[in-house]
Each structure stands twice: as structure tokens, then as C-alpha cells.
Design a protein around this ligand. Structure first.
Ligand code: PEP
Ligand code: MG
Length: 536
């Protein structure tokens, strides 16, 4: 029996046989032909790879679609293709040339300390590996699970998780990876216990070895002895019983012991997870991160956005949906749109980007105003730092409304406009902002980052990232009081709202609306319904 530790990507327990996903293979059997022949083999392989990825796009979720669309673009990137062709021209075999160019490209991107780019590097390697597999005659459906297992891998790529039967995936452990990678995001969306940064030792585990996993602790127990195995199995049994017992909480409203009503909404990324959240009892969507639509590289036009927003509203079935306007910049970069910045978390992100690109902003606002005819829609602006930001943004809304009226395009006049309170400046100016905004939503991820000067994606300063600190709580109370004076609703939509203890603290500080990851909804609800809030 051995214990290893990594970083939590998704909490939860799992017990089952290991399946190790190793991608290294020897290129020794490859026979290199003359460059002209290798060039045509390479070009044909690219065509096949793009075709295969297009098929994956067809059956992917919206979020995954963006990833695969990006991979198709990688395989059309002139710079990368020329680099590969250059290697082939000097006598390198096509497969080795692709591996080499992909490795160099990905390493360059990884050397930039940027979490978002790190996951893009994974996408580049994923697309190139498909070409290599085609050239080597290997099957591309690499990850086929036939029985429930805990997957151990060096790093998981988006296509690994999209093609697999996720019901067989009991848990995931990666030697590298990051909590912000696409694979971690997918794991959280589906509630699969996952651990990243567990180190290369996990790759030496033999297939079939029994493993226990505690996602919350970041703990992997390899080959547990009988007593430990029994303990793990018992904990899983208890946790299943707990989930079943929580199901009865789906329908009743969340009311604390002392009669305070708390509204629970979900953080979502598209129509599919909205549907799931509604099934878990979410009363609406408190945060829809619209930037997921843009991360694939190709810019969605107004009609594409309109249809996406409409689908989201339909999936919510008449419940309110809060869509946040584009929040790119910082760790969410988009090739060709966002610029490289020396300190991106303090850079051109959120509405700062939208105000700098009014052309894109107007298209998004126009699509949102039109989609508002489909159901109750709230639009939320990220990274507002002053009343001037808000008036500038509302100025653009007015212009778009005027244009739609002139063009006789139907749109809703019932859409309400609110702001994320996620900068310390917005907290200090909450009084003034509450005069103009229809609602506040406190983004504790960024508010904590900026209040404590602790980069949210830097593991070295995680101890300083404390979303329940006295400083955050004081800021929260200021926001609640300002919102109360102006009678506007205030919610919290940061990740910490998904933690029952922290959620309770927030409610005790006066918050009555929380928006959280859907898998945490019933746990948080149970906790709140079991507590007194006012005299707690
Ligand atoms: C936040 O900052 O708390 C938030 C919800 O937004 P994001 O995590 O997308 O920055
Ligand atoms: Mg934020």
C-alpha cells in the first residue's frame, strides 16, 4: 500500500482498478521514405485528422465544441505546417517531424506562465498526436473504457474525456495538469473526483491495481490493504446514501431553520449544464460565463450568439438566467483578440476589453437584447471598477437599443443590467454603483485575488487566497448594506459559494442569493436549511 498526494481538481471519493494511460511509444519501427512521399503522407494525414475532429465537433457539448474547433485551426496554422514541412524536407519522417514541431510549439507556449495558454498547449499536442497516430497507423479512439476504473495519466486532453464513456470513469489522477485545464473543468462539470499534479510516480502503477481516491484531500491510495479498502468502500457507501438523502431537497425552497429564504442559482457554461442544474433544483442561472463561446478561436457572430443565448434561456424553462458579457483577458486569452500583457490580471480584461472593442461588445449586446424575448434575462458586466465604467457600458447599451429600434429588429426592454462586484474599487464605490445597477453579484474569486494581492492561479500564494477572510467579509457587508439602501438584489457567484461552511458565512453576512457549481447545490442547501442564520 502506498499513499500519494496531489492537488484537488474535483472533490469526491472513488475506489476501483487503475487504468494507466501512457502515450509514449517508440518511433523505431517507422520507415522513413523520401521527403516528397513523406510530405504527401503528412498532408493526407492532416486531412483525415481534421475530418475526424469535425466529427467530434458534431457530438460535442458547446464548451467542448470550442476546443475541437480550435484543434482544427491548429492543423491549419501555416506557421506550424511550414515548420513540419521544413523538417520533412531535411529528411525527417513525417510522424517524427510532427512530434518535434508539436513539442517545440507546446513547450514555447508552456514556458509562458499563463494557465490558459498551458491548456492550449495540451490542445495543440492533442491535435498533432492525432496526426502522428494516423501516420503510424494507430487507433485514434485512444481512451476506450470497458469497465469502471480510476484513470491515471500524465496529462489528460479534452478529446480523451469527450470520447470516453464517462459513467465508467470513477476518478481521474494526472501526474501533471492544472486545476484550470479543460480536463479539470470537464471533471467538475460531471462531478468526477479528480486530482492533478500528483507527480510521475502514479504512472508506474500497474493496470488493474486497486486504488482509492479522495478528491477533496488530493489523496491517492495505491493498492490499499484490506482494512483501508474496507474503510474506503464504507465511506463511498455513506456518501452515496448522503446523495440519495439529499435528493428530497431538490424541490422545496431553501429556507433556514429561522425562516430566512435563500435563493440558490447555478454557475453554468451552456444549455446542457443549465438543464442539469435545473434537474438538481437550481432556481435559475446566476452566472453564465459567455466567454466560453469565444475561447475556441473563431468569433461567434450575432446570429450564433443569439441562438446560443436563446437555447440557454429555453433550457432554464422560464427561470431567470444571468449572462455575463465577455470576460476575456487575464488568464482567459483568445488568440488574435487579447494582447500579451506584463501583468494580465491587472490588465485589459472584462468590460475594459469590451469598451476597447466596442464593435464586438455591440454585437454581443445586440444578441443579448434580442434573446431577452425568449425569457427572463439579466445581463451582468464583469470587472466594473467605477461608476464611470458603468455609465460608459450603459451608453453602449443605449446606442445598441437605438440601432435595433431604427432597424425595426425586435428586442426585449425587460432585460435588466447589473454588475459583478469583484474589484476593491467597486466595493468602495458600491453606494454610487447601486444607484445605476439593477443588481450586484459579488465575484469572490477575483475580489479575494485583488483584496489579498494573491494571484488566483499561482499555487505558491494559495495560502493567501482566502475568500472567507475578515477582509473579504467586511467588503461583503459593505456591498450588502449599499445594495440594501438602494433595494437591489445582491448575490455571490464565486467558487467559494459552493463550500457549505463559506456559504453559511455569506448568508450570515446578509447574502440571500448564491450561485454555485451545480454538483454542490444540494450539499449547500442542506447545510443552510439546517442552520439558524439571524442568531447563529
Ligand atoms: C469571480 O471572479 O468570482 C467570478 C465568478 O468570475 P470568474 O471566476 O469567471 O473570474
Ligand atoms: Mg471574476
Amino acid at each position: 500500500m502506498r499513499e500519494l498526494y496531489g492537488t484537488t481538481a474535483c472533490a469526491g471519493l472513488a475506489l476501483g482498478p487503475a487504468k494507466v494511460l501512457l502515450r509514449r511509444y517508440s518511433p523505431l519501427e517507422r520507415i522513413v521514405q523520401e521527403p516528397l512521399r513523406e510530405t504527401s503522407l503528412f498532408e493526407a494525414a492532416v486531412v483525415v485528422a481534421k475530418d475526424e475532429i469535425s466529427k467530434l465537433v458534431e457530438r460535442a457539448s458547446d464548451q467542448d465544441k470550442a476546443i475541437f474547433t480550435f484543434q482544427i485551426e491548429v492543423l491549419s496554422d501555416r506557421g506550424l505546417l511550414d515548420e513540419i514541412l521544413g523538417y520533412i524536407a531535411t529528411g525527417t519522417g513525417a510522424a517524427a517531424a510532427v512530434e518535434r514541431a508539436a513539442g517545440i510549439y507546446a513547450a514555447k507556449i508552456r514556458s509562458i506562465p499563463d494557465e490558459y495558454l498551458a491548456q492550449r498547449a495540451g490542445d495543440i499536442q492533442d491535435a498533432c498526436r492525432r496526426v502522428v497516430d494516423i501516420l503510424d497507423g494507430r487507433p485514434r479512439e485512444r481512451l476506450v473504457l470497458t469497465e469502471p476504473c480510476i484513470l491515471l495519466a500524465d496529462e489528460l486532453l479534452p478529446s480523451d474525456l469527450i470520447s470516453v464513456d464517462r459513467s465508467l470513469l470513477l476518478g481521474i489522477v494526472t501526474a501533471g495538469g492544472s486545476t484550470q485545464s479543460h480536463a479539470s473543468i470537464i471533471a467538475r462539470t460531471f462531478g468526477i473526483p479528480a486530482i492533478v499534479l500528483a507527480g510521475p510516480e502514479i504512472l508506474s502503477v500497474a493496470d488493474g491495481t486497486s486504488c482509492g481516491l479522495d478528491g477533496a484531500l488530493g489523496q491517492i491510495i495505491i493498492d490499499p490493504d484490506e482494512a483501508t479498502y474496507a474503510r474506503c468502500a464504507h465511506r463511498i457507501h455513506l456518501s452515496r446514501r448522503r446523495s440519495l438523502s439529499l435528493e428530497k431537497l431538490r424541490d422545496p425552497p431553501c429556507v433556514t431553520r429561522d425562516g430566512e429564504r435563500v435563493w440558490l442559482f447555478a454557475n453554468c457554461s451552456g444549455p446542457e449544464d443549465i438543464q442539469k442544474a435545473v434537474d438538481l433544483g437550481a432556481e435559475g442561472v446566476g452566472l453564465l460565463r459567455s466567454e466560453f463561446l469565444f475561447l475556441g478561436g473563431a468569433l461567434p457572430d450575432e446570429e450564433q450568439q443569439l441562438s446560443f443565448y436563446r437555447d440557454c434561456l429555453r433550457a432554464a424553462g422560464g427561470r431567470p438566467v444571468t449572462i455575463r458579457t465577455l470576460d476575456i483577458g487575464s488568464d482567459k486569452t483568445v488568440a488574435g483578440l487579447t494582447a500579451e500583457e506584463p501583468n494580465p490580471a491587472l490588465g485589459l480584461r472584462g468590460v475594459r476589453f469590451s469598451l476597447a472593442r466596442e464593435d464586438l461588445f455591440s454585437i454581443q449586446l445586440s444578441a443579448l437584447l434580442r434573446a431577452g424575448l425568449e425569457g427572463p434575462l439579466r445581463v451582468m458586466f464583469p470587472m466594473i471598477a467605477s461608476p464611470e465604467d458603468l455609465s460608459r457600458v450603459m451608453g453602449v447599451v443605449e446606442t445598441v437599443r437605438r440601432q435595433l429600434t431604427e432597424q425595426q429588429v425586435p428586442f426585449s426592454d425587460k432585460v435588466s443590467f447589473g454588475i459583478m462586484v469583484e474589484t476593491p474599487a467597486a466595493v468602495l464605490m458600491a453606494e454610487e454603483l447601486a444607484r445605476e445597477a439593477a443588481f450586484f453579484s459579488v465575484g469572490t474569486n477575483d475580489l479575494t485575488q485583488y483584496l489579498h494581492a494573491a494571484d488566483r492561479v499561482n499555487p505558491a500564494v494559495q495560502a493567501y487566497f482566502t475568500p472567507d477572510s475578515p477582509a473579504v467579509m467586511r467588503a461583503l457587508r459593505m456591498v450588502v448594506e449599499a445594495a440594501g439602501r438602494h433595494r437591489i438584489p445582491v448575490s455571490i457567484c464565486g467558487e467559494s459559494a459552493g463550500d457549505p461552511d463559506t456559504a453559511l458565512l455569506y448568508v450570515r453576512a446578509g447574502i440571500r442569493q448564491l450561485s454555485l457549481a451545480a454538483p454542490s447545490l444540494l450539499e449547500v442547501k442542506a447545510r443552510l436549511m439546517d442552520e439558524n442564520i439571524l442568531m447563529g
